[in-house]
Design a binder for this molecule. Structure first.
Ligand SMILES: NC(=O)c1ccc[n+]([C@@H]2O[C@H](COP(=O)([O-])OP(=O)(O)OC[C@H]3O[C@@H](n4cnc5c(N)ncnc54)[C@H](O)[C@@H]3O)[C@@H](O)[C@H]2O)c1
Length: 340
């Protein structure tokens, strides 16, 4: 493969999600080579380096001085997105930035201002845009397989696992670091699909809860979204130290039937209609982890082939603004606009 067809990528932040990105690259994106693994926790960078041959650095500054890469895959805690994104743009790097864009709208705006000063590719990594079951549901809706969409329900419930945090206080417990709680974080991946299927969200009403002791931001949310079309969907998110039974992650009801996406990282997609009252599996379950390969592929093709992104980075304002509107609604008890 010639260099023109090779994207040299630095991982900045080599924690939990970095391994999903790496698996996606290994399975789907031979044109990406991870050449730098950057993390303040050397052991995390070394795990990525062991699998890729990447050079290890303990800071982005160090990597930018010595490293050999054209693009940055930024996977840091939310409050660190802005400074690292701006540094990357100033160094002329292409940027794939994990969601949310940043922990405040002001920080997001500053990232976009820095992006505008370069001609490099900027993409926000919202992997549900590429989640095979979500994409299939979008195709089915477009094909009219459930008629006109009436409403939908998104349910994101996860069992908290201490193992993820190795005994240390996780940055996710600190609201000033995340910009909120579960809704700005994992909840985003349940909000994007609703927007893909039903259009832009206009306003939100909801409540928040705190079942996860020690987490400052919300670990539970229940909300109704009203779309610009006037249609509504319900949204529920929870992270709790308990045992959670199976639930349907997404249900889309139309005038001719219903689509279910089963819970679990490898849930199937099922169609219910008059011919399939017991439900028909539409494809073999592929699952959430299979979203990362196509996501990284989209980024690589945008850099190497000038291919337009599936969704521009500004699209990711929608998940963050929806979360912020929900936070305001929990305070006021009223419907709150997403885009005002
Ligand atoms: N798409 C998804 O499904 C998904 C899932 C989880 C996380 N995320 C996103 O990925 C990002 C990272 O989350 P995570 O779960 O991987 O977090 P994590 O805590 O597992 O990893 C963060 C890594 O950043 C490192 N780090 C912290 N400060 C640093 C600094 N100044 N310079 C270099 N490295 C530093 C930490 O040592 C750690 O290895 C967040 O934006 C999060 O919202 C996305």
């Amino acid at each position: 493969m010639s260099d023109r067809n090779l994207l040299k990528l630095a991982f900045v932040g080599c924690g939990a999600i970095a391994h999903y990105h790496l698996n996606g690259i290994k399975e789907h994106v031979p044109e990406i080579k991870v050449t730098a693994a950057i993390d303040t926790a050397k052991e995390n960078a070394e795990l990525i380096a062991a699998e890729t041959g990447a050079k290890v650095y303990s800071s982005l500054e160090e990597g930018l001085v010595d490293g050999d890469f054209d693009a940055v895959d930024l996977m840091l805690p939310h409050d660190l997105h802005e400074s690292a994104a701006v540094q990357s743009f100033e160094a002329g790097k292409h940027l794939l930035l994990e969601k949310p864009i940043a922990h405040t709208l002001e920080a997001c705006d500053r990232i976009f201002a820095a992006a505008q000063k370069t001609d490099t590719v900027f993409m926000v990594a919202e992997n549900s845009q590429y989640w095979p079951e979500i994409v299939k549901a979008q195709e089915m809706i477009k094909m009219g397989m459930i008629g006109e969409v009436i409403t939908a329900r998104a349910t994101y419930k996860m069992e908290f696992n201490d193992y993820w945090f190795k005994g240390k206080k996780p940055w996710r417990y600190d609201k000033s670091r995340t910009g909120g709680g579960i809704v700005v974080d994992g909840g985003a991946h349940w909000i994007r699909p609703l927007r893909m299927w039903m259009g832009e969200i206009d306003e939100v009403i909801g409540i928040l809860g705190h079942p996860l002791v020690g987490m400052e931001g919300e670990s539970m949310a229940k909300a109704i979204f009203r779309f610009e079309s006037g249609k509504t969907a319900s949204f529920e998110a929870m992270l709790a130290k308990t045992v959670i039974g199976p639930s349907i992650w997404f249900c889309i009801t139309g005038t001719l039937g219903e689509i279910h996406i089963e819970g679990g990282l490898e849930g199937s997609i099922i169609l219910y209609n008059t011919n399939n009252r017991q439900g028909r599996k539409i494809m073999e379950a592929q699952g959430y982890p299979q979203s990362f390969g196509p996501e990284l592929k989209d980024f690589a093709q945008a850099v190497l082939e000038d291919k337009p992104l599936d969704a521009g980075p500004e699209k990711a304002y929608g998940e963050l603004r929806t979360a912020l509107a929900l936070y305001r609604s929990a305070e006021t008890g009223h419907w709150e606009k997403v885009w005002d």
